[in-house]
Design a protein around this ligand. Structure first.
Ligand SMILES: [Zn+2]
Length: 66
């Protein structure tokens, strides 16, 4: 397979910050993490990446930043 030049950045699977950790006790994060795992299992990287972004961005009012 040849590397294609596109405007989109390549998907980096070896990103050390991934997968993001779902916040314990947060149902939304847990659901997103399951979706991410399922997407990854079927090689749906785009979907998995979307879930990762949502996990990272999910706000948790009342919790202190780690
Ligand atoms: Zn959450």
């Amino acid at each position: 397979m040849r590397q294609q030049t596109t405007d989109e950045p390549p998907v980096v699977l070896m990103d050390p910050t991934r997968p993001p950790r779902p916040v314990p006790g947060c149902d939304v994060c847990a659901a997103l993490d399951r979706q991410r795992a399922a997407a990854e299992a079927r090689s749906d990287i785009k979907r998995a990446t979307t879930c990762e972004v949502e996990i990272r961005r999910h706000p948790h009012p009342g919790r202190s930043e780690e």
